[in-house]
Write a protein that binds this ligand. Structure first.
Ligand code: PLP
Length: 394
């Protein structure tokens, strides 16, 4: 028996462990410090009422012989598929056949599992900095990985040029960690590139609900031609606070094919073999989130998080500290003042303000000198953190 030797090529993932360790050590030495955490990308508001009510009802159904459900449908229950299709039509003007949507336990799983349907011979193109899962899952499979540099000169929205090479292209917009969001024109450049290079775009739209700029699409399927080159991943995690409840979905257009083979049919084949569907109770909650009342309620939560990003942007504008993101994203990607390195700035904020953020260096080489702050926290605590930061830099 031999293990998968590609695992030896993974870089150790120390980012959040190191943050936790440094924070704990500082707290132990300075127990009087009231530490405010602005680093984690997890949500903090509870599930909306519509989701809770629907799940309570579903629990009762499961406890009754007449209404009990066994294994769920492998690709999602029709009520949820219809709710997702309606959401796309209403919110983004995108028409999706319910057959093109596959419900799953979340986007992290999907952006990794999708690789089962692609040859390990493909070259992957990944922006740097990036959500680390795209990179690590491809290292595990032994694929060749090219990076495209996401940096200040392209406002963290890299576009392909004549040197760009990749069969499988990961795009995340609005982006984690940079908060940057592609415009329609920019995404069209990527779509045209993929079409002319016989490449597939794996589009991570986990933060679509945060888009406020009408020039920025929320789905890649708002772009003409995307149905012939793109797969979209989305999730109820950030949209509706489902990080602990787990529900997401993948959209694969029925006309998307490579080597004369439909990717949708390959994905369904993969899913029906390796996945047994999302729990009925959870799917009921997710469908309720997408009802008119549910969307109203989750929008209230999104606006709460937006208050945090607005307060951050206000403070950093006042302090003349440069940042990206915030407008279409729960993340602020801050340029560390005075040319500080990411970890230097981490130490400064921790020791002088008792504030914890995420060093950008942990997301890739181009993240060095940047720092991610999350808008998912409590409004009053975030304000308190910003007041401390303001005092330090005024
Ligand atoms: N994609 C991006 C870009 C993310 O930042 C995250 C989580 O932070 C995910 C996917 C994971 O989403 P899920 O909770 O649906 O697995």
């Amino acid at each position: 028996m031999k293990i998968n030797a590609n695992f030896a090529n993974l870089k150790p993932s120390y980012l959040f462990r190191d943050i936790a360790q440094k924070t704990a050590e500082y707290k132990a030495a300075h127990p009087e410090t009231d530490i405010i955490k602005m680093g984690i990308g997890d949500v903090t508001l509870p599930l909306c009422k519509a989701a809770v009510t629907a799940m309570e009802k579903a629990v009762a159904e499961m406890g009754n012989k007449e209404t009990f459900h066994g294994y769920p449908e492998a690709f999602g229950e029709s009520f949820l598929l219809e709710a997702i299709s309606n959401y796309y039509k209403k919110e983004m003007g995108v028409r999706l056949d319910t057959n093109e949507i596959c419900v799953t336990c979340g986007a992290k799983e999907d952006v990794s599992n999708i690789l089962d349907i692609f040859s390990a011979d493909n070259t992957v193109l990944i922006p740097d900095p990036v959500y680390p899962v795209y990179y690590d899952t491809n290292v595990m499979d032994g694929r060749k990985i090219n990076f495209i540099s996401s940096n200040e000169s392209n406002s963290f929205l890299p576009l392909p040029d004549e040197n760009t090479k990749g069969d499988i292209i990961y795009l995340c917009s609005p982006n984690n960690p940079t908060g940057a969001a592609y415009t329609r024109d920019q995404l069209k450049i990527w779509v045209d590139f993929a079409l002319s290079h016989d490449a597939v775009i794996l589009y991570d739209a986990a933060y679509e609900i945060f888009v406020s700029d009408p020039d920025c699409p929320r789905s890649i399927f708002e772009i003409e031609g995307a149905e012939k080159c793109a797969v979209e991943f989305c999730s109820f995690s950030k949209t509706a606070g489902f990080t602990g409840t787990r529900c997401g979905y993948t959209v694969i257009p029925s006309e998307l094919s490579f080597d004369n083979t439909s990717l949708l049919s390959l994905w369904k084949r993969r899913q029906s073999t390796k996945f047994n569907g999302v729990a009925y109770i959870i799917q009921r909650g997710a469908a309720a989130v997408l009802s008119d009342e549910g969307v109203k309620q989750i929008r209230e939560n999104i606006n709460y998080y937006r208050t945090n990003t607005a307060n951050m942007m206000n403070t950093f504008d006042k302090l003349n500290i440069k940042y990206y993101g915030g407008k279409n994203s729960p993340y602020i990607w801050l340029k560390c003042p005075n040319n500080m390195k990411s970890w230097e700035f981490f130490d400064l904020l921790l020791t002088k303000c008792g504030v914890v953020g995420t060093p950008g260096e942990g997301f890739g080489v181009n993240g060095e000198g940047f720092f991610r702050l999350s808008g998912f926290g409590d409004v009053n605590r975030t304000l308190e953190a910003l007041q401390r930061i303001q005092k330090l830099f005024e």
